[in-house]
Design a binder for this molecule. Structure first.
Ligand SMILES: [Ca+2]
Ligand SMILES: [Ca+2]
Length: 372
């Protein structure tokens, strides 16, 4: 079942709290006793676009990308802030690959849309005939307004709220999409260099196909984020996010009601405004969450407890014990809404997950290409 179907079901039965468990958020630690481990035989490629660079001439095509060298690293939590799904820490071998030095920008995404006419998930009306197939029989059709194109927007709260009640700051908003990121009265005019947002995993995948690239695997993403450093909590090392100079576009102050804007950006920032990591990657921490190709599985790391994972591409089966009825893809790196007291999504090892049809104001991506 997709998030939008969950959305409708929740509207139908007036269980709004149910809906908001599915939004891109930092989940509380789940009850371990209910977890089923995916078997090793289930680890196989499900969805992956692979394009190899076969010559030096081809490398011209990777303008705006850097070569991430091959190597072995330890994947998983580096400090006590790690969630249970970040364990066990395990060795991973990664082949070299090229990676975008920035998040995909509005200008880059516009070129794709101009050439293909592609319409993103957030711009599409919900198809009632499709949706009702997954709903209980005789579920009444909702008002058309509930099926209108929409996406998730952040709203300040007026005072402190329980941080497990996501409905306090997330709202489905009609007319919010990559071209009008804050709703129908907004635009991306003059914002070519901002990361494109309201991009679902399905949208990112279509962009990759057009560009002859692919999304990074979760392991590639974490390896790249570490920038050659060993056992560092953050892409810049171990200095706290709150120490002296700003390290990334995150949430300064008290989430979700007071933003001190110490890093100079209240919400989205243009790409390349903060120092790159050791591999030359900008905003690999913060600004917008970045989609990975992998399905999310809470237990995936357990499969590699006593062995080296060789270029793992994720499980074939998604499993989130908090929401076992939803299939989810991995996102990484945190966003302008993350801070240390809330989710610390900008830690190298922090794993986020949501359904491939989810879009929001803080979700984007960057692409990779296999090296020789
Ligand atoms: Ca900020
Ligand atoms: Ca980012």
């Amino acid at each position: 079942m997709s998030l939008k179907k969950v959305f409708f079901l929740s509207v139908s039965i007036f269980l709004y709290g149910f809906l908001f468990n599915s939004i891109i958020t930092c989940s509380p630690k789940p009850n371990n006793s209910k977890i089923k481990t995916a078997t090793k035989s289930q680890i196989k490629e499900k969805t992956r676009v692979i394009t190899k660079i076969n010559s030096i001439e081809d490398s011209i095509l990777v303008n705006g990308m850097v070569l991430i060298p091959s190597g072995t690293f330890e994947m998983g939590a580096d400090n006590s802030k790690g969630y249970e799904d970040e364990y066990p820490k395990h060795k991973v071998k990664i082949n070299s690959f090229w990676m975008d030095i920035t998040e995909v920008t509005n200008a880059q995404f516009k070129k794709f849309v101009d050439e293909t006419g592609y319409i993103t998930t957030a711009e599409k009306k919900i198809d009632w005939d499709e949706m009702k197939k997954d709903l209980p029989p005789n579920t009444p059709k909702p008002n058309d307004s509930l099926l209108a194109p929409s996406s998730l927007l952040f709203n300040y709260t007026s005072s402190p709220v329980p941080l497990n009640d996501y409905s306090q700051w997330w709202k489905f908003s009609k007319g919010a999409n990559w071209k009008t990121p804050w709703g129908p009265d907004s635009s991306i005019e003059g914002k070519d260099n901002f990361p494109v947002v309201h991009i679902s995993w399905n949208d990112a995948q279509e962009y990759c196909k057009w560009a002859g690239k692919r999304l990074p695997t979760e392991a590639e993403w974490e390896y790249a984020s570490r920038g050659g450093l060993q056992h560092s909590v953050y892409s810049w090392g171990n200095q706290l996010i709150t120490s002296s100079s700003s390290k990334a576009n995150t949430w300064d102050g008290e989430f979700p009601f007071k933003n001190s804007v110490k890093d100079k950006f209240e919400f989205l920032a243009p790409v390349k405004n903060f120092n790159p990591n050791g591999y030359g990657l900008y905003d690999i921490s913060g600004n917008v969450w970045e989609w990975c190709s992998d399905w999310y599985n809470y237990n995936y790391y357990k499969l590699f407890e006593n062995q080296i994972a060789d270029n793992p591409i994720g499980p074939s089966v998604s499993y989130d014990p908090n929401e076992p009825y939803l299939e989810k893809k991995v996102m990484r790196g945190g966003s302008f809404l993350c801070n240390d007291s809330y989710c610390s999504g900008f830690r190298n090892s922090m794993r986020m997950k949501t359904t491939p049809d989810t879009s929001s104001i803080h979700a984007g991506f960057r692409t990779v290409v296999d090296a020789l």
